[in-house]
Every structure is written in structure tokens, then in C-alpha cells.
Design a protein around this ligand. Structure first.
Ligand SMILES: Nc1nc2c(c(=O)[nH]1)N[C@H]1C(S)=C(S)[C@@H](COP(=O)(O)OP(=O)(O)OC[C@H]3O[C@@H](n4cnc5c(=O)[nH]c(N)nc54)[C@H](O)[C@@H]3O)O[C@H]1N2
Ligand SMILES: Nc1nc2c(c(=O)[nH]1)N[C@H]1C(S)=C(S)[C@@H](COP(=O)(O)OP(=O)(O)OC[C@H]3O[C@@H](n4cnc5c(=O)[nH]c(N)nc54)[C@H](O)[C@@H]3O)O[C@H]1N2
Ligand code: SF4
Ligand SMILES: [Mo]
Length: 738
């Protein structure tokens, strides 16, 4: 049988790998990496290789549904659903005002930037400022730190040029989180071969840590202390770039003063590493001419995300680890218009204090967005701005938001809940409507999203001026009635007789132009996908239609473009990077108080730490039989020492209990986990009104969090890692055995 190969882009995570699909008689039979792809070089992960099946899972929705909330799941065409939902939204707005309609964009809104652009436009059209997304329950410290330090216009050096990399609570080899760029295992292998050093700070000996020159297997939640001590050594031993600091950095003295208390011996005691390891890490880091630090979800979810990310960028800045005059930036932009390549910073901007306040709690919008962790309170608390309707685009609050018990009450309290989701997710089960979208092979994919993430810093996005724009390679299943997310959102607006004004993602670094180059679609005929994408990326260095018109770009290619030489700072330039922000120095002082203090011991002596697994992406892929075979139960990875002390055996059902709630999973011995920690994957589990089965869907780690205790006052993110817990054998299992 002849095999026909078609190129496609996988958007099952933010990496957006370029893959090849083998078709036999028009049916996709195999998906695999593309060794000719210049950025991914043949890379694919197990999820990407299962992508063909993802399109035909039994659980895939082939039509939209309504009425789940009332236990009456009824098929409905998405256009009819749009009519009904428009009417309901109009009634809710008339009674409660526009802010009573909220939107939530999850990971598959970010992996699908045209849908995302259209939902933002819809919210504008409704006049609602209740616009939420997953950033504030992910790594919100990133946005805060970038604002307070200020951007460096020329950007950062790329992986191939680093002398060293420090990973703090991130495991990019599995997660593809920034740090190593695309095809991270190969990038790390190549970099190590040419002598790059790697420092990893993580309570678990991760796949990345296994290759480290130095692994600080720390107690979780103490990252600001470790980085504070590293900064102290770098500063006091004069390892930083004095000239760069003199010319381009403000606040150095404040940082020096604030880090002075972080004596390595005291820090080591608190973080449960040795003083020698901290000093060694600082000296190794301080020896790099070009290097990078990448902080991940670990520290961002463990209470000190803002200050950890701020210390990351402060260290980067005092080391001068930015692209400098005469350096080459190979990323001149395809879909995203970059900042001008000048070796200068315009200086810090406000990270909070400018936006929408919540009515239910003392929290407000920050540069990282509205505090999603508090959205359940905005739904449950009566008042003028109470949220009554929620539209979820590619997100799954029931399994992803912290404080699942409260989230459940909130979802049930809504007058209208709409999910755009290809599956009957745990949230969709509680919804009024679920709108079934087309998937990867059926839509126009492109690499705009990872290019956007390139702005997060070094090790994010692509190394080169890479882009892929892959047209659909397959029709949707016969008899299905599916739409693209943007089509539905546009139709919904049209039903309300509202035009949509799409602001371009390509111009996020150019706010003035962004307003100017917005595209308005009047109610009427739905724009075709290229037109919709062209609006969502208007003003991109290469027009969207041109990229799609290039057959080589269908496969993924490095675009012909001038590499940019970094220009000197203009003579009259005033802005500088800032490393001495008062609020951040106060946060650091809060950690200095902990030095020399013992860890508080209470009824919850262990710590739950988050982690990701190759086979699963957040709440996705759990239904895939292949993944299920590899990860049959929800694994609670524990050090064998702890299992022995607790009398637990391999694969024994256990309960993991926090002050908030307990959840059920299965004990797994793993000597890479620091004793005292339980390394537990997130976004498993069921809704609270269902029976929890440790041998089935497992437990939801979000249930272990309170959303209104131990939360960050800027972004609202509560403790989602380093949560105090205790573990015991599952009671029922014990009783059954008796
Ligand atoms: N306890 C704990 N909680 C966490 C985390 C943690 O580490 N620990 N991690 C947090 C992080 S980092 C994040 S980003 C959030 C994620 O939060 P969410 O984005 O809310 O959660 P996901 O599970 O990624 O949900 C994605 C949903 O999109 C659907 N989907 C898949 N493909 C498509 C598509 O093509 N189109 C559409 N419209 N939908 C699609 C899936 O079926 C799924 O229901 O969770 C956070 N929650
Ligand atoms: N295969 C797969 N890939 C994914 C995802 C997925 O679910 N599966 N999710 C995607 C999403 S939404 C995101 S945001 C990214 C996240 O990407 P990463 O941040 O790289 O996520 P993890 O792999 O969970 O790595 C977090 C690490 O932090 C460590 N850790 C936990 N608590 C602490 C702490 O207090 N301090 C320190 N220093 N370390 C700590 C954990 O042991 C773990 O190794 O991954 C994305 N990629
Ligand atoms: S790493 Fe992400 S984008 Fe690449 S194949 Fe796997 S799921 Fe798809
Ligand atoms: Mo995330």
C-alpha cells in the first residue's frame, strides 16, 4: 500500500513540533518526527506520535452538546448553540452588567492564538473586563519580574552560545518549558559536549538534573533563599560584570544590601543543601560569560514565584547575560514583530496598581492578568460585579484550578457555563454548552505561539528565524459538525449584532501600533481561516498569507531574513534595567527572616511537589489507551525511605492529605525524590461529587490547595507546590484487605 506523507504542526503542547503524518488510503496511520525539520531535527514526543488517535478517540466530541448541567446531554449544532448562548449573554448583561460575563483561556487557547484573539475581541465587544487565563495559575512571577526589571530590547543570548545554564524548578527535557529551546534533550546533549555547564535546583533528580554538573536537591519552597545566597556570593566575590552594572543597571546597591543576610551556611540549613553546594553554584554561575537561568512552575507555585523570577532576572542583569552591542540576534521575527535590536533597556514598568480590582477579595489585575485563582470567589460572592457567566476556551477549571472544592461550587453557581473543548471535560460535564472544535490535522496550524513565548527570555521559543504554517491535511470525520474556535466566537458576536475588533498578537511589543493595526469584522459572513489568522497576526514581519503560500513553510523552515546586529545604546538614552525594586526587596526581607529558623513542624510533615510526565499534558491524554498502559494509575512518587517508614508498598493506594482535603493515588517508589517530598502529577482526578478511585482517575492535586490562604498578594496564586501534607494507606483499601 502506498504511503502518502503530509507535514503537520502539533499543537498538543506549546512546543509546536513539526511532524510528519503517514496516510494509507487517506487514513492517518502513523505520526512521527521529521528529521529534515531544521528546528526540531526529528524530535517528537509520545503524545505527538499518538496524535492520529487523538482525532479518533471514542471520547472525542463530534458535535456540540447542551444541558449537561441538568443531566440532559443533548446534541446541538454549534450555530444553534451560538444563537441560544447569545440570547442568554444578552439577558445576563442586561440584568447584571457586562463584567458579569467572564472568559477563561486555558492552555489550548494559548496554543491557538487566533481563537484567543477572537475571545478577547468578544469580551471587548461585550464590554467586560472579567478576562482571565491560566497565566496566573502557572508562572505569574515571570510577567511581574520582567516588568519590574524592565525588558532588554536586544534580547538574550541563545542556547548555542551559553557557557552555562541554571534550571530552577523546571524540567524542560520533559516539559518543553523554556530553558533549552526545542528538542531540549539534543540541545542539552550538544551543549554539554561543547562544555556547557548545568546547575539544577530541584527537590527531585529530574531527567534534566541527571545531566547536571551540580544538582542542589533542595527542600521545596526555599528558592528565594538559595538564589539570594547565590546573588550574595556573586556580588561579594565581585563575579558580576561591573561595567555593565555601571552603565545599564539601577538598584545594584539595594540588591547588595537585601541579599547580604543570605549567608550560604544559613541558607543551606534552611534549604537542606550544603553551604559548599551554594558557594560552588555561585562561583560556577559567576564564571559564565554568557549564560541563562530558567525558573519553572516549581518555585512559581511554591509561594515565592515573584521574587525567585526577580532574582533570576537580577542575576542575569548584573552578569550582563544579555545580547550586547555587535552580537547577532538570529531571530528577526516571522509572526512576531520584535523590539528594536538595541543594547538598552527602556526601564521598568508597573507590574500592578493599574487595573481592574476584584469585588470579592483584596486582589487586582496585574501585568500577569486577572487573578484566576480567585475567580471562584468572584462567582460565589454577591455584589455588583458578581460573575454569572463563564466562557472557557481550551481550559478545564475543574481539574486545573487550585481549590477544586470551591471551584466546583462556583461552576455549579453560574447561570451560564460554556466550554469550547473537544472532549466532555470535567468542566464540560457541569456546563450548559460544550462546543466541539476541529483538531490539529483539520485546521491551519502555525508557530506564532512559540514565537510569542520567545519573548519570555533565553531558552524560550526558537533558536533561529524558524516558522511553520501547515494547512489542514485531513477533513473532519464524516457526519461531524465541528467549527474552529474563532468561527464560533465570531458567530456568537454576530448573533449579538456586535462587530469584533481583533488586536494583533504580532504587535504585543508595540502597543501603539497594536491599536492602529486592529482589524474589525462586522457581523455577517465568517472570515476564512487565513483572513482570521491575518487579523490575529496583523503587522507580522512576514504576512501570514505569504507564509502559508510557501510550500517549504508547510514543513517548517528557517525563513530567509536578515539576522539583526545589535546596535549600540543611543547617546541620550536614559532607561536602565532595575534590580532594586522596593516591593521585591521587601519580599526578599521576608525570606531573610526565615534564615536560621527551623522548618515549622505540624500535623503535615511532608511536602507535595508538582511534576509533569511525558505521557500526559495537564488534564489531557488520560483517556489514551497507549498512555494509560504506560501510566496506569495516578502515581505518588516517594522516596523508598519514606515508603518504608510509612509502611507502604509499591502500587498501594494511598491518601495524600493537606489541611484542605485528601486525595487518592497510588504509591510509587522513586529514589530520585527527596525524602520528605511526594512528587505528584497534577490535573488528574474527578469532580468532587464523584467517587474517587486511586486505581482509576486518581486524585486532583488542586483539591489540596486553599485559594484564599498562603496566596501571592499580587497575582493571587496560592500554594500549588510545596504544600504541607501527610500520607497514609488508603482506608478503604485497608478495610477491604481485613
Ligand atoms: N495542582 C496543580 N494545578 C495546576 C498546575 C499544577 O502544576 N498543579 N499547573 C497549572 C498550569 S501550569 C496550567 S497552564 C493550568 C492549565 O489549565 P487549563 O488550560 O485550564 O487545563 P488543561 O488541562 O490544560 O485543559 C485544556 C483543555 O483544553 C481542551 N483541548 C484540547 N485540545 C483542544 C483544542 O484544540 N481546542 C480547544 N478548544 N480545547 C482543547 C482539553 O480537552 C482540556 O479540557 O493548570 C494549572 N493547574
Ligand atoms: N509532558 C508534558 N509537558 C508539559 C506539560 C505537561 O503536563 N506534560 N505541561 C505544560 C505546562 S502547562 C507548563 S506550565 C510547563 C511547565 O514546565 P515545568 O515548570 O518544567 O514543569 P515540571 O516538569 O513540572 O517541572 C517542575 C519542577 O519543579 C520541581 N519543584 C517542585 N516544587 C519546587 C520548589 O519549591 N522548588 C524547586 N526548585 N523545584 C520545585 C519539581 O520537582 C519539578 O521537577 O510544562 C508544559 N509541558
Ligand atoms: S512536544 Fe508537544 S508539540 Fe511536540 S510532539 Fe510532543 S506534544 Fe506535540
Ligand atoms: Mo502551564
Amino acid at each position: 500500500m502506498a504511503i502518502e506523507q503530509k507535514h503537520v504542526m502539533c499543537r498538543a503542547c506549546h512546543a509546536h513540533c513539526g511532524l510528519i503524518v503517514d496516510f494509507e488510503d487517506g487514513v492517518p496511520v502513523k505520526t512521527h518526527g521529521d528529521k529534515d525539520n531544521p528546528e526540531f531535527e526529528g524530535y517528537s514526543c509520545i503524545k505527538g506520535r499518538q496524535l492520529a488517535n487523538y482525532h479518533s478517540f471514542d471520547t472525542r466530541l463530534l458535535t456540540s452538546y447542551k444541558g449537561m448541567k441538568h443531566g440532559q446531554k443533548e446534541a446541538i449544532h454549534w450555530r444553534t448553540a451560538a444563537e441560544e448562548i447569545a440570547e442568554k449573554i444578552e439577558a445576563i448583561v442586561a440584568e447584571h452588567g457586562p463584567d458579569s460575563v467572564a472568559s477563561y483561556v486555558g492552555t489550548f487557547g494559548y496554543n491557538n492564538l487566533n481563537g484567543h484573539a477572537f475571545i478577547l475581541a468578544l469580551m471587548d465587544a461585550i464590554g467586560s473586563t472579567s478576562v482571565y487565563d491560566s497565566v496566573t495559575i502557572d508562572q505569574p512571577g515571570k510577567g511581574i519580574a520582567r516588568a519590574l526589571v524592565g525588558p532588554w530590547l536586544a534580547g538574550a543570548p541563545r542556547v548555542g552560545d551559553w557557557d552555562g545554564l541554571m534550571l530552577v524548578g523546571t524540567n524542560p527535557i520533559v516539559s518543553m518549558n523554556g530553558g533549552l529551546g526545542m528538542n531540549p534533550a539534543k540541545k542539552l546533549h550538544d551543549a554539554k559536549k561543547r562544555g556547557m555547564q548545568l546547575i539544577v535546583i530541584d527537590p527531585r533528580k529530574t531527567d534534566s538534573a541527571r545531566q547536571a554538573d551540580l544538582h542542589l536537591q533542595c527542600r521545596p519552597g526555599e528558592d528565594p533563599i538559595i538564589l539570594g545566597a547565590i546573588a550574595k556570593v556573586v556580588i561579594e566575590e565581585g563575579l558580576y560584570d561591573k561595567e555593565f552594572v555601571a552603565n545599564d543597571v539601577d538598584g545594584f546597591e539595594a540588591l547588595k544590601k537585601a541579599t547580604a543576610p543570605f549567608d550560604p551556611a544559613l541558607a543551606a540549613q534552611r534549604a537542606d543543601v550544603t553551604a559548599d553546594e551554594i558557594v560552588q553554584a555561585a562561583r560556577m554561575y559567576g564564571s559564565w560569560k554568557k549564560g541563562s537561568i530558567s525558573v519553572g512552575t516549581g518555585p512559581n507555585m511554591a509561594g515565592g514565584g515573584n521574587i525567585t523570577e526577580y532574582l533570576n532576572l537580577s542575576l542575569t542583569s548584573i552578569m550582563g547575560h544579555w545580547l550586547r552591542e555587535g552580537d547577532i540576534n538570529r531571530r528577526s521575527g516571522v509572526f512576531m514583530k520584535p523590539a528594536p535590536p538595541v543594547a538598552a533597556s527602556p526601564g521598568p514598568i508597573d507590574a500592578w496598581g493599574f487595573g481592574r480590582k476584584l469585588h470579592s477579595r483584596d486582589l487586582e489585575q496585574s501585568i500577569s492578568g486577572m487573578p484566576t485563582a480567585a475567580l471562584p470567589d468572584e462567582i460565589l460572592t454577591p455584589g455588583e460585579k458578581q460573575v454569572k457567566a463563564l466562557i472557557c476556551l481550551g481550559g478545564n477549571p475543574m481539574l486545573a484550578w487550585p481549590d477544586q472544592l470551591k471551584t466546583f461550587e462556583a461552576m455549579k453557581a453560574l447561570d451560564l457555563l460554556v466550554c469550547l473543548d473537544p472532549r466532555m471535560s470535567k468542566t464540560a460535564e457541569l456546563a450548559d454548552y460544550v462546543i466541539a472544535p476541529k483538531l490539529h490535522y483539520e485546521v491551519h496550524g502555525n508557530t506564532a505561539a512559540p514565537e510569542l513565548y520567545g519573548g519570555f527570555g533565553a531558552g524560550w521559543g526558537f533558536e533561529n528565524n524558524y516558522a511553520q504554517a501547515s494547512p489542514p491535511i485531513m477533513e473532519s470525520p464524516e457526519g461531524s459538525d465541528l467549527c474552529e474556535e474563532y468561527e464560533f466566537l465570531y458567530t456568537l458576536a454576530s448573533e449579538m449584532d456586535k462587530p469584533l475588533t481583533i488586536k494583533s498578537w504580532a504587535l504585543v511589543s508595540h502597543p501603539d501600533e497594536r491599536e492602529e493595526k486592529a482589524t474589525t469584522f462586522a457581523p455577517g459572513e465568517t472570515p476564512d481561516p487565513i483572513t482570521a489568522w491575518s487579523a490575529a497576526l496583523n503587522g507580522s514581519p512576514v504576512p501570514v498569507a505569504d507564509v502559508y503560500a510557501d510550500p517549504e513553510a508547510h514543513k517548517g523552515k528557517i525563513m530567509d531574513a536578515q539576522a539583526l546586529m545589535v546596535q549600540p545604546k543611543p547617546a541620550d538614552w536614559e532607561g536602565k534595567l532595575s534590580v532594586g525594586n522596593t516591593a521585591m526587596m521587601e519580599e526578599l526581607a521576608g525570606y531573610a527572616v526565615r534564615l536560621g529558623q527551623p522548618i515549622e513542624e505540624d500535623a503535615f510533615p511532608m511536602r507535595m511537589i508538582g511534576r509533569r510526565m511525558t505521557e500526559i499534558h495537564n488534564s489531557n491524554w488520560h483517556e489514551d489507551p497507549v498512555q494509560r498502559k504506560r501510566v496506569p494509575h495516578h502515581p505518588a512518587f516517594m522516596n523508598p525511605e519514606d515508603m518504608e517508614a510509612l509502611g507502604l508498598s509499591e502500587d498501594q493506594p494511598v491518601e495524600v492529605e493537606s489541611a484542605r482535603a485528601f486525595i487518592s493515588c497510588v504509591a510509587k517508589a522513586d529514589k530520585t525524590v527527596k525524602p520528605g517530598c511526594v512528587s505528584l502529577p497534577h490535573s488528574w482526578g474527578t469532580n468532587p461529587d464523584e467517587k474517587e478511585d486511586p486505581l482509576g482517575e486518581g486524585g486532583n492535586t488542586g483539591r489540596l490547595s486553599y485559594n484564599d490562604r498562603d496566596y501571592d498578594k499580587r497575582t493571587g496564586i496560592p500554594l500549588m507546590s510545596s504544600i504541607p501534607i501527610r500520607v497514609r494507606a488508603k482506608q478503604e483499601a485497608l478495610e477491604a484487605a481485613e
